[in-house]
Ligand binder design. Structure first.
Ligand code: N01
Length: 534
Protein backbone atom coordinates (compact mmCIF):
# COMPACT_ATOMS: atom_id res chain seq x y z
CA UNK A 1 0.00 0.00 0.00
CA UNK A 2 1.48 3.39 -0.93
CA UNK A 3 1.34 5.99 1.79
CA UNK A 4 -0.80 9.09 1.22
CA UNK A 5 1.24 12.31 1.23
CA UNK A 6 -0.90 13.90 3.92
CA UNK A 7 -3.85 12.99 6.15
CA UNK A 8 -5.61 14.64 9.05
CA UNK A 9 -4.67 11.84 11.44
CA UNK A 10 -2.19 8.98 11.47
CA UNK A 11 -3.20 6.16 13.79
CA UNK A 12 -0.42 3.79 14.82
CA UNK A 13 -1.64 0.29 15.67
CA UNK A 14 -4.67 -1.72 14.56
CA UNK A 15 -5.58 -3.46 17.78
CA UNK A 16 -8.68 -2.70 19.80
CA UNK A 17 -7.72 0.95 20.26
CA UNK A 18 -6.52 1.58 16.70
CA UNK A 19 -9.59 0.03 15.11
CA UNK A 20 -11.95 2.07 17.23
CA UNK A 21 -9.94 5.24 16.57
CA UNK A 22 -10.09 4.65 12.82
CA UNK A 23 -13.82 4.09 13.00
CA UNK A 24 -14.57 7.20 15.04
CA UNK A 25 -12.18 9.49 13.16
CA UNK A 26 -13.51 8.55 9.72
CA UNK A 27 -17.06 8.86 11.02
CA UNK A 28 -16.13 12.40 12.11
CA UNK A 29 -15.14 13.19 8.53
CA UNK A 30 -11.37 13.21 9.02
CA UNK A 31 -8.92 11.62 6.63
CA UNK A 32 -6.89 8.89 8.31
CA UNK A 33 -4.04 6.52 7.71
CA UNK A 34 -3.47 3.54 9.98
CA UNK A 35 -0.12 1.75 10.24
CA UNK A 36 0.15 -1.73 11.70
CA UNK A 37 3.31 -3.83 12.08
CA UNK A 38 1.35 -7.09 11.96
CA UNK A 39 -0.13 -8.55 8.82
CA UNK A 40 -3.62 -8.34 10.25
CA UNK A 41 -5.75 -6.52 12.80
CA UNK A 42 -5.95 -7.53 16.46
CA UNK A 43 -2.89 -6.09 18.24
CA UNK A 44 -2.42 -8.08 21.45
CA UNK A 45 -4.75 -10.75 20.10
CA UNK A 46 -2.83 -10.96 16.85
CA UNK A 47 0.54 -11.53 18.52
CA UNK A 48 -0.28 -13.52 21.67
CA UNK A 49 -1.21 -16.89 20.16
CA UNK A 50 0.51 -19.05 22.74
CA UNK A 51 -1.34 -22.21 23.81
CA UNK A 52 -4.08 -21.40 26.31
CA UNK A 53 -4.19 -17.65 25.60
CA UNK A 54 -7.50 -16.18 26.64
CA UNK A 55 -8.80 -13.01 28.20
CA UNK A 56 -9.14 -12.44 31.95
CA UNK A 57 -12.13 -10.11 31.51
CA UNK A 58 -15.44 -11.80 30.72
CA UNK A 59 -16.32 -11.82 27.01
CA UNK A 60 -19.58 -9.91 27.40
CA UNK A 61 -17.53 -7.10 28.96
CA UNK A 62 -14.41 -7.44 26.82
CA UNK A 63 -16.11 -6.25 23.66
CA UNK A 64 -17.00 -2.90 22.11
CA UNK A 65 -20.11 -1.16 23.37
CA UNK A 66 -20.32 1.60 20.76
CA UNK A 67 -22.64 -0.16 18.35
CA UNK A 68 -25.84 -1.84 19.50
CA UNK A 69 -26.15 -3.99 16.35
CA UNK A 70 -22.58 -5.23 16.75
CA UNK A 71 -23.10 -6.32 20.33
CA UNK A 72 -26.42 -7.94 19.45
CA UNK A 73 -25.11 -9.91 16.48
CA UNK A 74 -21.90 -11.30 18.00
CA UNK A 75 -22.29 -14.52 20.02
CA UNK A 76 -19.54 -15.20 22.54
CA UNK A 77 -19.19 -18.90 23.22
CA UNK A 78 -17.33 -18.93 26.54
CA UNK A 79 -17.29 -16.94 29.77
CA UNK A 80 -13.68 -15.94 28.99
CA UNK A 81 -13.00 -15.80 25.28
CA UNK A 82 -9.97 -17.57 23.83
CA UNK A 83 -7.44 -15.72 21.69
CA UNK A 84 -8.75 -17.20 18.39
CA UNK A 85 -12.31 -16.11 19.23
CA UNK A 86 -11.25 -12.55 20.16
CA UNK A 87 -9.17 -12.30 16.99
CA UNK A 88 -12.17 -13.46 14.91
CA UNK A 89 -14.27 -10.81 16.63
CA UNK A 90 -11.79 -8.03 15.86
CA UNK A 91 -11.52 -9.21 12.24
CA UNK A 92 -15.31 -9.09 12.08
CA UNK A 93 -15.29 -5.53 13.46
CA UNK A 94 -12.68 -4.47 10.88
CA UNK A 95 -14.83 -5.89 8.06
CA UNK A 96 -18.17 -4.73 9.40
CA UNK A 97 -16.99 -1.11 9.65
CA UNK A 98 -14.84 -1.34 6.52
CA UNK A 99 -11.68 -0.33 8.37
CA UNK A 100 -9.03 -2.36 6.56
CA UNK A 101 -8.91 0.09 3.63
CA UNK A 102 -7.41 2.69 5.98
CA UNK A 103 -4.62 0.44 7.27
CA UNK A 104 -1.19 -0.31 5.85
CA UNK A 105 -0.40 -3.77 7.27
CA UNK A 106 3.07 -5.20 7.73
CA UNK A 107 4.26 -1.62 8.14
CA UNK A 108 6.16 -0.59 11.24
CA UNK A 109 6.41 3.05 12.26
CA UNK A 110 10.05 3.79 12.98
CA UNK A 111 9.91 7.51 13.65
CA UNK A 112 7.65 10.54 13.95
CA UNK A 113 8.71 14.16 14.22
CA UNK A 114 6.74 17.36 14.69
CA UNK A 115 7.39 20.43 12.59
CA UNK A 116 6.47 23.52 14.61
CA UNK A 117 6.36 25.69 11.44
CA UNK A 118 3.76 23.61 9.58
CA UNK A 119 2.09 22.07 12.65
CA UNK A 120 2.49 18.67 11.07
CA UNK A 121 3.87 15.33 12.08
CA UNK A 122 6.07 13.48 9.62
CA UNK A 123 5.60 9.77 10.18
CA UNK A 124 8.30 7.48 8.83
CA UNK A 125 7.66 3.79 8.30
CA UNK A 126 9.79 1.06 6.82
CA UNK A 127 7.92 1.79 3.55
CA UNK A 128 7.85 5.59 3.27
CA UNK A 129 6.63 8.81 4.90
CA UNK A 130 3.29 10.52 5.46
CA UNK A 131 2.52 13.83 7.08
CA UNK A 132 -0.40 14.26 9.44
CA UNK A 133 -1.94 17.09 11.41
CA UNK A 134 -2.43 14.76 14.36
CA UNK A 135 -0.81 11.59 15.60
CA UNK A 136 -2.76 8.99 17.59
CA UNK A 137 -0.59 6.32 19.17
CA UNK A 138 -2.67 3.20 19.76
CA UNK A 139 0.29 0.90 20.15
CA UNK A 140 -0.88 -1.07 23.19
CA UNK A 141 0.50 -1.32 26.70
CA UNK A 142 1.91 -4.84 26.42
CA UNK A 143 3.19 -5.07 22.88
CA UNK A 144 6.96 -4.73 23.24
CA UNK A 145 8.20 -8.22 24.12
CA UNK A 146 10.81 -8.35 26.88
CA UNK A 147 13.52 -10.90 26.11
CA UNK A 148 15.98 -11.31 28.99
CA UNK A 149 19.63 -11.09 28.15
CA UNK A 150 20.49 -14.74 28.93
CA UNK A 151 24.07 -15.47 27.93
CA UNK A 152 24.16 -18.01 25.12
CA UNK A 153 20.50 -17.61 24.10
CA UNK A 154 21.52 -17.50 20.44
CA UNK A 155 23.45 -20.77 20.77
CA UNK A 156 20.36 -22.82 21.62
CA UNK A 157 19.89 -25.59 19.03
CA UNK A 158 16.15 -25.88 19.55
CA UNK A 159 13.37 -23.36 19.03
CA UNK A 160 13.09 -20.16 21.14
CA UNK A 161 9.59 -18.67 21.33
CA UNK A 162 8.26 -15.62 23.18
CA UNK A 163 4.62 -15.92 24.23
CA UNK A 164 3.94 -12.44 22.84
CA UNK A 165 5.35 -13.30 19.41
CA UNK A 166 3.94 -16.77 18.93
CA UNK A 167 4.03 -18.09 15.33
CA UNK A 168 0.66 -17.67 13.59
CA UNK A 169 0.73 -21.25 12.32
CA UNK A 170 1.17 -22.64 15.81
CA UNK A 171 3.94 -24.92 17.05
CA UNK A 172 3.74 -28.68 17.32
CA UNK A 173 4.99 -29.52 20.81
CA UNK A 174 4.05 -33.20 20.73
CA UNK A 175 6.87 -35.47 21.87
CA UNK A 176 9.17 -32.53 22.67
CA UNK A 177 10.90 -31.42 25.86
CA UNK A 178 9.70 -27.89 26.54
CA UNK A 179 11.04 -25.33 28.99
CA UNK A 180 8.97 -22.33 30.10
CA UNK A 181 10.71 -19.39 31.75
CA UNK A 182 8.35 -17.24 33.83
CA UNK A 183 5.21 -17.69 35.90
CA UNK A 184 3.21 -14.56 35.02
CA UNK A 185 -0.29 -14.54 33.47
CA UNK A 186 0.94 -15.80 30.09
CA UNK A 187 2.87 -18.73 31.57
CA UNK A 188 0.06 -19.62 33.95
CA UNK A 189 -2.30 -19.95 31.01
CA UNK A 190 0.19 -21.73 28.78
CA UNK A 191 1.69 -24.23 31.25
CA UNK A 192 -1.35 -26.54 31.66
CA UNK A 193 -1.93 -26.67 27.88
CA UNK A 194 1.74 -27.19 27.03
CA UNK A 195 1.93 -29.95 29.65
CA UNK A 196 -0.88 -31.76 27.81
CA UNK A 197 0.96 -31.53 24.49
CA UNK A 198 4.66 -31.93 25.32
CA UNK A 199 6.59 -35.04 26.28
CA UNK A 200 8.08 -33.21 29.25
CA UNK A 201 7.78 -29.72 30.68
CA UNK A 202 10.30 -27.86 32.85
CA UNK A 203 9.02 -24.63 34.43
CA UNK A 204 11.67 -22.12 35.49
CA UNK A 205 10.12 -19.96 38.21
CA UNK A 206 11.74 -16.89 39.75
CA UNK A 207 8.74 -15.48 41.65
CA UNK A 208 5.66 -17.49 42.54
CA UNK A 209 2.34 -15.87 41.72
CA UNK A 210 -1.14 -15.87 43.24
CA UNK A 211 -3.45 -17.53 40.75
CA UNK A 212 -7.20 -17.94 41.14
CA UNK A 213 -9.32 -20.36 39.08
CA UNK A 214 -10.90 -18.68 36.07
CA UNK A 215 -14.06 -20.76 36.27
CA UNK A 216 -14.22 -20.68 32.51
CA UNK A 217 -17.19 -22.47 30.94
CA UNK A 218 -19.37 -22.30 27.87
CA UNK A 219 -21.89 -19.45 27.84
CA UNK A 220 -25.37 -20.87 27.51
CA UNK A 221 -27.71 -19.38 24.89
CA UNK A 222 -30.03 -18.29 27.71
CA UNK A 223 -27.25 -16.45 29.55
CA UNK A 224 -26.17 -14.72 26.39
CA UNK A 225 -29.74 -13.76 25.52
CA UNK A 226 -30.21 -12.31 29.00
CA UNK A 227 -27.08 -10.18 28.67
CA UNK A 228 -28.12 -8.98 25.22
CA UNK A 229 -31.61 -8.10 26.39
CA UNK A 230 -30.12 -5.72 28.94
CA UNK A 231 -26.85 -4.83 27.22
CA UNK A 232 -27.27 -1.05 27.32
CA UNK A 233 -27.90 -1.15 31.07
CA UNK A 234 -25.07 -3.67 31.59
CA UNK A 235 -22.64 -1.33 29.83
CA UNK A 236 -23.88 1.69 31.74
CA UNK A 237 -23.35 -0.10 35.04
CA UNK A 238 -19.88 -1.27 33.98
CA UNK A 239 -18.87 2.30 33.17
CA UNK A 240 -19.89 3.33 36.69
CA UNK A 241 -17.61 0.78 38.39
CA UNK A 242 -14.04 1.35 39.51
CA UNK A 243 -12.45 -1.06 37.00
CA UNK A 244 -14.99 -0.95 34.17
CA UNK A 245 -16.75 -4.24 34.76
CA UNK A 246 -19.27 -5.36 37.30
CA UNK A 247 -17.79 -7.49 40.06
CA UNK A 248 -20.27 -9.39 42.14
CA UNK A 249 -20.45 -7.47 45.41
CA UNK A 250 -21.76 -8.66 48.74
CA UNK A 251 -22.69 -6.82 51.89
CA UNK A 252 -19.11 -7.49 53.04
CA UNK A 253 -17.45 -5.81 50.03
CA UNK A 254 -17.58 -2.36 51.56
CA UNK A 255 -16.16 -3.47 54.92
CA UNK A 256 -12.54 -3.69 56.02
CA UNK A 257 -11.44 -7.33 56.01
CA UNK A 258 -10.30 -7.43 59.62
CA UNK A 259 -13.66 -6.17 60.91
CA UNK A 260 -15.24 -9.36 59.65
CA UNK A 261 -14.93 -12.57 61.74
CA UNK A 262 -12.35 -14.97 60.27
CA UNK A 263 -14.90 -17.69 59.47
CA UNK A 264 -17.14 -15.24 57.56
CA UNK A 265 -14.12 -13.85 55.78
CA UNK A 266 -13.01 -17.26 54.59
CA UNK A 267 -16.57 -18.08 53.49
CA UNK A 268 -16.52 -14.93 51.36
CA UNK A 269 -13.15 -15.83 49.85
CA UNK A 270 -14.39 -19.37 49.19
CA UNK A 271 -17.50 -18.07 47.40
CA UNK A 272 -15.33 -15.96 45.15
CA UNK A 273 -12.83 -18.78 44.62
CA UNK A 274 -15.68 -21.08 43.56
CA UNK A 275 -17.18 -18.46 41.27
CA UNK A 276 -13.79 -17.97 39.65
CA UNK A 277 -12.34 -14.93 37.97
CA UNK A 278 -11.08 -11.61 39.17
CA UNK A 279 -13.38 -10.92 42.14
CA UNK A 280 -10.99 -11.80 45.00
CA UNK A 281 -9.49 -8.33 45.28
CA UNK A 282 -13.00 -6.87 45.75
CA UNK A 283 -14.02 -9.23 48.57
CA UNK A 284 -13.37 -6.50 51.13
CA UNK A 285 -12.85 -2.77 50.91
CA UNK A 286 -9.17 -2.70 51.85
CA UNK A 287 -7.52 -5.72 50.20
CA UNK A 288 -5.45 -3.46 47.95
CA UNK A 289 -4.77 -0.75 50.51
CA UNK A 290 -4.03 -2.44 53.84
CA UNK A 291 -1.25 -4.96 54.30
CA UNK A 292 -2.98 -6.97 57.02
CA UNK A 293 -6.25 -7.08 55.13
CA UNK A 294 -4.34 -8.19 52.07
CA UNK A 295 -2.65 -10.91 54.08
CA UNK A 296 -6.03 -12.53 54.81
CA UNK A 297 -6.65 -12.99 51.08
CA UNK A 298 -3.03 -14.00 50.45
CA UNK A 299 -3.18 -16.65 53.20
CA UNK A 300 -6.43 -18.03 51.80
CA UNK A 301 -4.83 -18.49 48.36
CA UNK A 302 -1.68 -19.99 49.88
CA UNK A 303 -3.82 -22.59 51.66
CA UNK A 304 -5.48 -23.44 48.33
CA UNK A 305 -2.10 -23.95 46.67
CA UNK A 306 -1.01 -26.30 49.47
CA UNK A 307 -4.29 -28.22 49.11
CA UNK A 308 -3.93 -28.66 45.37
CA UNK A 309 -0.26 -29.54 44.99
CA UNK A 310 0.49 -33.00 46.36
CA UNK A 311 4.29 -32.77 46.71
CA UNK A 312 4.86 -30.50 49.76
CA UNK A 313 8.22 -29.23 48.50
CA UNK A 314 6.75 -28.20 45.13
CA UNK A 315 3.76 -26.66 46.89
CA UNK A 316 6.03 -24.49 49.07
CA UNK A 317 7.94 -23.32 46.00
CA UNK A 318 4.65 -22.27 44.40
CA UNK A 319 3.46 -20.32 47.45
CA UNK A 320 3.97 -16.57 46.95
CA UNK A 321 5.38 -14.64 49.90
CA UNK A 322 7.30 -11.68 48.53
CA UNK A 323 4.51 -9.38 47.38
CA UNK A 324 0.94 -8.64 48.47
CA UNK A 325 -1.89 -10.37 46.60
CA UNK A 326 -3.21 -8.33 43.65
CA UNK A 327 -0.23 -5.98 43.42
CA UNK A 328 0.88 -7.82 40.30
CA UNK A 329 -1.94 -8.35 37.83
CA UNK A 330 -3.69 -11.40 39.35
CA UNK A 331 -3.62 -14.29 36.90
CA UNK A 332 -6.68 -16.50 36.53
CA UNK A 333 -6.13 -20.06 35.45
CA UNK A 334 -7.48 -23.41 34.39
CA UNK A 335 -5.74 -26.29 36.22
CA UNK A 336 -2.49 -24.41 36.80
CA UNK A 337 -1.56 -25.78 40.23
CA UNK A 338 -2.84 -29.26 39.40
CA UNK A 339 -0.42 -29.40 36.47
CA UNK A 340 2.47 -29.63 38.94
CA UNK A 341 1.08 -33.01 40.12
CA UNK A 342 1.97 -34.53 36.77
CA UNK A 343 5.01 -36.81 36.59
CA UNK A 344 6.16 -35.14 33.36
CA UNK A 345 6.21 -31.59 34.82
CA UNK A 346 9.13 -30.27 36.89
CA UNK A 347 9.37 -26.96 38.73
CA UNK A 348 12.81 -25.38 38.96
CA UNK A 349 13.28 -22.54 41.45
CA UNK A 350 15.59 -20.10 39.69
CA UNK A 351 15.50 -17.72 42.64
CA UNK A 352 17.63 -20.12 44.72
CA UNK A 353 19.37 -21.66 41.68
CA UNK A 354 19.55 -18.92 39.01
CA UNK A 355 19.81 -19.49 35.29
CA UNK A 356 23.48 -19.11 34.41
CA UNK A 357 23.23 -19.45 30.65
CA UNK A 358 21.48 -21.02 27.72
CA UNK A 359 23.58 -23.74 26.14
CA UNK A 360 23.04 -25.49 22.78
CA UNK A 361 21.17 -28.33 24.48
CA UNK A 362 19.05 -26.32 26.91
CA UNK A 363 19.19 -24.20 30.05
CA UNK A 364 21.98 -24.35 32.62
CA UNK A 365 21.41 -23.24 36.19
CA UNK A 366 24.09 -23.30 38.88
CA UNK A 367 23.09 -26.82 39.87
CA UNK A 368 22.01 -28.58 36.68
CA UNK A 369 21.57 -28.50 32.91
CA UNK A 370 18.05 -29.07 31.59
CA UNK A 371 17.98 -30.50 28.06
CA UNK A 372 15.21 -28.98 25.94
CA UNK A 373 13.86 -29.00 22.38
CA UNK A 374 11.81 -25.81 22.80
CA UNK A 375 12.40 -22.84 25.10
CA UNK A 376 9.34 -20.66 25.78
CA UNK A 377 10.06 -17.20 27.11
CA UNK A 378 6.97 -16.17 29.06
CA UNK A 379 9.01 -13.24 30.29
CA UNK A 380 6.56 -10.41 29.70
CA UNK A 381 6.81 -6.99 28.15
CA UNK A 382 8.52 -3.64 28.37
CA UNK A 383 5.13 -2.34 29.39
CA UNK A 384 3.40 0.94 28.59
CA UNK A 385 6.43 3.03 27.62
CA UNK A 386 8.27 0.32 25.66
CA UNK A 387 6.04 0.39 22.56
CA UNK A 388 6.33 4.20 22.38
CA UNK A 389 10.02 4.56 23.10
CA UNK A 390 11.02 1.88 20.61
CA UNK A 391 9.95 4.47 18.00
CA UNK A 392 12.03 7.61 17.52
CA UNK A 393 9.46 10.26 18.45
CA UNK A 394 10.57 13.88 18.35
CA UNK A 395 8.54 16.90 19.36
CA UNK A 396 9.12 20.65 19.22
CA UNK A 397 12.74 21.54 18.48
CA UNK A 398 13.64 17.92 17.79
CA UNK A 399 13.27 16.98 21.45
CA UNK A 400 13.25 13.20 21.86
CA UNK A 401 10.49 11.48 23.80
CA UNK A 402 13.14 9.05 25.04
CA UNK A 403 14.96 11.99 26.63
CA UNK A 404 11.88 13.59 28.06
CA UNK A 405 10.85 10.29 29.66
CA UNK A 406 14.34 9.22 30.70
CA UNK A 407 13.29 9.25 34.36
CA UNK A 408 9.86 7.77 33.62
CA UNK A 409 6.76 8.72 31.64
CA UNK A 410 5.35 12.22 32.16
CA UNK A 411 1.88 12.86 30.78
CA UNK A 412 -1.20 14.98 31.18
CA UNK A 413 -4.15 12.62 31.79
CA UNK A 414 -2.11 9.87 30.14
CA UNK A 415 -3.29 11.33 26.85
CA UNK A 416 -0.66 13.90 25.94
CA UNK A 417 2.78 15.15 26.88
CA UNK A 418 4.15 18.68 26.86
CA UNK A 419 6.53 19.47 23.99
CA UNK A 420 4.79 16.99 21.68
CA UNK A 421 1.80 18.92 20.28
CA UNK A 422 -1.04 17.22 18.39
CA UNK A 423 0.06 13.82 19.68
CA UNK A 424 -2.33 11.63 21.66
CA UNK A 425 -1.70 8.30 23.36
CA UNK A 426 -4.55 5.83 23.86
CA UNK A 427 -4.36 3.97 27.18
CA UNK A 428 -1.03 5.56 28.02
CA UNK A 429 0.97 5.80 31.23
CA UNK A 430 -0.96 8.05 33.62
CA UNK A 431 -4.34 6.71 32.51
CA UNK A 432 -6.30 3.82 34.09
CA UNK A 433 -5.66 1.62 31.01
CA UNK A 434 -4.21 -1.66 32.36
CA UNK A 435 -5.92 -1.04 35.69
CA UNK A 436 -9.31 -1.25 34.02
CA UNK A 437 -11.31 -3.11 31.46
CA UNK A 438 -9.30 -1.94 28.45
CA UNK A 439 -12.40 -1.87 26.26
CA UNK A 440 -14.08 0.71 28.47
CA UNK A 441 -10.94 2.82 28.78
CA UNK A 442 -10.17 2.68 25.08
CA UNK A 443 -13.66 3.77 24.08
CA UNK A 444 -13.53 6.63 26.58
CA UNK A 445 -10.06 7.77 25.44
CA UNK A 446 -10.86 7.65 21.76
CA UNK A 447 -14.20 9.42 22.22
CA UNK A 448 -12.40 12.15 24.17
CA UNK A 449 -9.70 12.54 21.51
CA UNK A 450 -12.22 12.69 18.65
CA UNK A 451 -14.34 15.26 20.52
CA UNK A 452 -11.16 17.28 21.10
CA UNK A 453 -10.27 17.24 17.39
CA UNK A 454 -13.82 18.28 16.52
CA UNK A 455 -13.55 21.15 18.99
CA UNK A 456 -10.25 22.29 17.47
CA UNK A 457 -11.75 22.19 13.99
CA UNK A 458 -14.86 24.10 15.07
CA UNK A 459 -12.75 26.78 16.77
CA UNK A 460 -10.23 27.01 13.94
CA UNK A 461 -7.29 25.81 16.02
CA UNK A 462 -4.50 23.75 14.51
CA UNK A 463 -2.37 23.05 17.57
CA UNK A 464 -3.04 21.57 20.99
CA UNK A 465 -0.31 20.94 23.54
CA UNK A 466 -0.32 19.93 27.19
CA UNK A 467 0.95 22.68 29.54
CA UNK A 468 3.95 21.83 31.70
CA UNK A 469 2.26 22.84 34.99
CA UNK A 470 -0.91 20.82 34.30
CA UNK A 471 1.24 17.86 33.38
CA UNK A 472 3.32 18.19 36.54
CA UNK A 473 0.17 18.34 38.67
CA UNK A 474 -1.22 15.24 36.95
CA UNK A 475 1.97 13.25 37.47
CA UNK A 476 1.95 14.20 41.16
CA UNK A 477 -1.67 13.15 41.44
CA UNK A 478 -0.98 9.78 39.74
CA UNK A 479 1.92 9.13 42.11
CA UNK A 480 0.02 10.25 45.20
CA UNK A 481 -2.91 7.98 44.28
CA UNK A 482 -0.62 4.99 43.79
CA UNK A 483 1.01 5.71 47.16
CA UNK A 484 -2.34 5.16 48.94
CA UNK A 485 -2.35 1.54 47.70
CA UNK A 486 -0.16 -1.54 48.09
CA UNK A 487 0.64 -1.65 44.36
CA UNK A 488 4.08 -0.05 44.61
CA UNK A 489 5.19 -2.85 46.97
CA UNK A 490 5.52 -5.43 44.19
CA UNK A 491 8.32 -5.66 41.65
CA UNK A 492 5.80 -5.55 38.84
CA UNK A 493 5.76 -4.38 35.25
CA UNK A 494 3.39 -1.62 36.44
CA UNK A 495 6.55 -0.14 37.97
CA UNK A 496 8.90 -1.10 35.18
CA UNK A 497 10.64 -3.43 37.64
CA UNK A 498 10.80 -6.29 35.13
CA UNK A 499 13.08 -4.45 32.71
CA UNK A 500 16.67 -4.00 33.87
CA UNK A 501 17.56 -0.29 34.04
CA UNK A 502 14.00 0.96 33.51
CA UNK A 503 13.09 3.85 35.86
CA UNK A 504 10.99 2.64 38.77
CA UNK A 505 7.84 4.72 38.34
CA UNK A 506 4.31 3.46 38.93
CA UNK A 507 2.80 4.04 35.49
CA UNK A 508 -0.96 3.45 35.47
CA UNK A 509 -3.49 5.71 37.21
CA UNK A 510 -5.22 3.80 40.02
CA UNK A 511 -7.93 6.34 40.79
CA UNK A 512 -10.53 4.31 38.89
CA UNK A 513 -12.29 4.97 35.63
CA UNK A 514 -15.20 6.97 37.04
CA UNK A 515 -12.93 9.50 38.69
CA UNK A 516 -10.73 9.59 35.59
CA UNK A 517 -13.61 10.11 33.18
CA UNK A 518 -14.96 12.97 35.30
CA UNK A 519 -11.55 14.63 35.23
CA UNK A 520 -11.32 14.25 31.45
CA UNK A 521 -14.82 15.64 31.00
CA UNK A 522 -14.04 18.52 33.32
CA UNK A 523 -10.91 19.38 31.33
CA UNK A 524 -12.88 19.36 28.06
CA UNK A 525 -15.77 21.28 29.63
CA UNK A 526 -13.38 24.05 30.66
CA UNK A 527 -12.20 24.54 27.09
CA UNK A 528 -9.41 21.94 27.41
CA UNK A 529 -8.00 23.37 30.60
CA UNK A 530 -4.34 22.51 31.04
CA UNK A 531 -3.80 22.45 27.28
CA UNK A 532 -2.63 25.32 25.15
CA UNK A 533 -4.70 25.76 21.95
CA UNK A 534 -3.48 27.86 19.05
O1 N01 B 1 4.47 -11.26 31.85
P1 N01 B 1 4.84 -10.96 33.39
P2 N01 B 1 3.19 -11.99 31.24
N1 N01 B 1 14.64 -14.97 34.63
O2 N01 B 1 5.76 -9.80 33.35
C1 N01 B 1 9.66 -13.99 34.65
C2 N01 B 1 -1.34 -9.42 30.56
N2 N01 B 1 -1.79 -10.75 30.23
O3 N01 B 1 3.37 -12.03 29.78
O4 N01 B 1 8.22 -12.12 38.59
C3 N01 B 1 13.62 -15.67 35.14
O5 N01 B 1 3.64 -10.85 34.22
C4 N01 B 1 9.05 -13.10 35.70
O6 N01 B 1 9.63 -13.37 36.96
P3 N01 B 1 9.64 -12.20 38.11
C5 N01 B 1 -1.52 -9.21 32.04
O7 N01 B 1 -1.82 -7.87 32.30
C6 N01 B 1 -3.11 -10.99 30.35
O8 N01 B 1 2.92 -13.26 31.94
O9 N01 B 1 10.09 -10.94 37.42
N3 N01 B 1 12.35 -15.29 35.07
C7 N01 B 1 7.59 -13.49 35.57
O10 N01 B 1 7.31 -14.67 36.25
C8 N01 B 1 -0.15 -9.60 32.55
O11 N01 B 1 0.16 -9.11 33.83
C9 N01 B 1 -3.58 -12.22 30.10
O12 N01 B 1 10.60 -12.68 39.11
C10 N01 B 1 12.10 -14.15 34.43
C11 N01 B 1 7.45 -13.71 34.07
O13 N01 B 1 8.74 -13.97 33.56
C12 N01 B 1 0.73 -9.04 31.46
O14 N01 B 1 0.02 -9.32 30.27
C13 N01 B 1 -2.74 -13.24 29.71
C14 N01 B 1 13.10 -13.36 33.87
C15 N01 B 1 6.89 -12.51 33.36
O15 N01 B 1 5.60 -12.25 33.83
C16 N01 B 1 2.11 -9.64 31.37
O16 N01 B 1 2.00 -11.04 31.60
C17 N01 B 1 -1.41 -12.96 29.58
C18 N01 B 1 14.43 -13.82 33.99
N4 N01 B 1 15.45 -13.11 33.50
C19 N01 B 1 -0.94 -11.71 29.84
N5 N01 B 1 12.54 -12.27 33.29
C20 N01 B 1 -5.01 -12.45 30.25
O17 N01 B 1 -5.84 -11.68 29.83
C21 N01 B 1 11.21 -12.38 33.52
N6 N01 B 1 10.95 -13.51 34.20
C22 N01 B 1 -5.40 -13.62 30.99
Amino acid sequence: MTHPAHVDVVVVGAGIAGLYALHRLTEAGLTVQGFEAGDGVGGTWYWNRYPGARCDVESVDYSYSFDEDLQQEWDWTERYASQPEILRYLEHVADRFDLRRHIAFGTRVDAASFDAATHRWTVTTDAGTTTASFLVLAVGCLSAAQVPDFPGLDTFRGEVLHTGQWPADGVDLAGRRVGVIGTGSSAIQAIPVIAEQAAELIVFQRTPNYSVPAGNRPLSPDELAAVKAGYAEHRRRARETFFGFVFPLSELSSRPALEVPAADRDREFQTRWDRGGAGMTRAFADILTDRQANETAAEFIRSKIREQVTDPRTAELLVPVDHPFGTKRPPIDTDYYDTFNRDDVTLVDVRSDPIVEVVPSGVRTGAATYDLDVLVLATGFDAMTGPLLRMDIRGVGGRELRDKWAAGPVTYLGLATEGFPNMFVVAGAGSPSVMSNMMVSIEQHVDWIVACLQHLRAEGHTVIEACADAEQAWVEHVNATAATTLYPEANSWYLGANVPGKPRVFMPYVGGIVDYRKRCEDVAGRGYAGFQLA
